[in-house]
Design a binder for this molecule. Structure first.
Ligand code: GTP
Ligand code: MG
Length: 445
């Protein structure tokens, strides 16, 4: 009988479809025994690829597979793991999986292998999150960032910060408990300096991560402009197919249209919107409010103007709308295949013709996206961003309390900052860490 803790779990690890090989993963205390039953072998050498015949429990030959046994704790989950690499195709995998289940394994729940790896200290939350996101990554840029997280860069960042905070907490809690003259007199200013630096560090990573979130999720690009300037024509040209209806009637697009597109190594989500103008009809007004929302949501805005016409009040309104946006705006003068009448006294105006080519626009967007690539560590999920923001706020409050010599409240805030920052890697266990820190202080008391 397998105890609940040591339940052996099994799952098909490869995608559901036709491929040359299929992989089943088995993890838990009974993984080896179950595998031996199905292969009629007496042993499997750890970390050795072994070609085995696989039989059903009734003794019927099912397939040949390369088997690899990873002996605990040197495995993905930290438990005994056996991997079956069988011939591809869903039926073979299913039949073998069923035999594993009859032999005592249970079907793994989603993410259960990673969960066990986390519980066995094989990976922290940052790595688990990176693996999950890597599987779903849709652009080369995202893969690069997530690979760095998997390597442990973010964990190192969070752990170093956490270690400094724990040290601070230990110092201050000690100073609450012990006589002041046992501690260096400039300790408070040292702590204050260190906390200010960490606060700035957190503010920076949050700001950087927010502005670079598009590297992972795909940057959002909103195409805005007054009616009839050629917004939908630009969308269609970028997508290379007729996605949106185009006509010379103003107010053609009334609903917001969104499509994904790869530009260079990046994924972008492009949003075509209803032309913005005054005195539009009711339905169009709804569309216009969607456009304003699209500007708000977007990372990049394409402000489009009709180069073949003179600038009017509506164009002025668009210029006004995008003038103090805290995001990248491309000013696009469309219809440049016609005589240019539109005057736009701005640097970097992109003169294009959606009818002929959007190459210039694409290469400018690509250049901008490449410039956002960064070797710096960034947070890849909103949970990580929120944890850093919460930690940063707690440190800020702690700094104020330190100035007021409110040490107990200060300790409470630092504790809270540690808890938040720990959410990135591993939830904070106060006693365990404080014991460790205090033991290294050699206070002799
Ligand atoms: N000559 C020329 N005509 C263009 C160009 N781009 C778009 N047009 C024409 O301009 C008209 C309006 O194009 P749309 O793409 O529907 O414009 P829009 O901005 O999406 O318009 P609304 O959806 O009404 O806001 C159509 O007749 C297009 O064929 C261009 O580069 N050159
Ligand atoms: Mg349109």
């Amino acid at each position: 009988m397998i105890s609940l803790k040591n339940e052996t779990i099994a799952a098909i690890a490869t995608a559901n479809g036709i491929g040359s090989i299929g992989v089943i993963r088995l993890s838990g205390a009974d993984a080896l025994n179950i595998s031996l039953k199905l292969t009629k072998k007496s042993e499997l050498m750890p970390r050795m690829a072994t070609l085995c015949k696989i039989y059903s429990l009734d003794g019927e030959f099912l397939d040949e597979a390369i088997m690899i046994y990873f002996k605990a704790p040197a495995s993905f989950t930290g438990e005994d793991v056996v991997e079956f690499q069988m011939h591809g195709g869903y039926m073979v995998a299913r039949m073998i999986l069923n035999e594993l289940l009859s032999a005592g394994a249970r079907l793994a729940r989603g993410g259960e292998f990673s969960h066990r790896a986390f519980l066995n200290d094989k990976m922290d939350l940052a790595k688990a999150n990176a693996i999950q996101s890597l599987i779903n990554a849709k652009s080369e840029g995202a893969v690069k960032i997530l690979a760095r997280q998997m390597r442990g860069d973010l964990s190192k960042y969070a752990n170093e910060l956490r270690a400094e905070l724990v040290k601070t907490l230990a110092f201050v809690e000690t100073s609450i408990d012990y006589a002041d003259d046992d501690l260096p007199s400039d300790l408070m200013s040292q702590i204050s300096e260190m906390l200010s630096q960490n606060h700035a560090k957190l503010e920076r990573i949050v700001a950087l991560s927010k502005s670079r979130q598009g590297l992972i999720e795909g940057f959002k690009i909103a195409i805005v402009g007054k009616p009839n300037v050629g917004k939908s024509s630009i969308l269609n040209a970028l997508l290379s197919y007729e996605r949106a209806i185009i006509s010379d009637e103003a107010g053609t697009t009334r609903d917001r249209i969104e499509e994904n597109l790869n530009i260079g190594t990046h994924l972008v989500r492009i949003i075509d919107t209803a032309g913005i103008r005054k005195n539009a009809g009711n339905v169009e007004n709804i569309g216009i409010s969607y456009s304003l929302k699209a500007i708000e949501e977007a990372d990049i805005v394409l402000a489009v103007f009709d180069g073949s016409n003179f600038k009017d009040e509506q164009d002025e309104r668009i210029l006004e709308l995008v003038s103090d946006l805290n995001k990248k705006v491309f000013f696009v003068l469309n219809k440049s295949d016609l005589d240019i009448k539109f005057e736009l006294e701005l640097p970097d105006v992109l003169k294009i013709s959606a009818k002929n080519s959007t190459e210039l626009l694409v290469s400018e967007i690509e250049q901008y996206l490449n410039s956002q690539d960064s070797d710096e560590i960034i947070l890849s999920s909103s949970m990580q961003i929120n944890s850093c923001m919460d930690a940063s706020n707690a440190i800020k409050r702690a700094l104020e309390l330190l100035n007021e010599s409110e040490l107990e409240l200060f300790a409470y805030e630092i504790n809270s900052a540690i808890k938040h920052i720990s959410m990135i890697t591993k939830p904070f266990e106060r006693n365990e860490i404080l014991d460790e820190m205090f033991s290294s202080f050699c206070l002799g008391k």
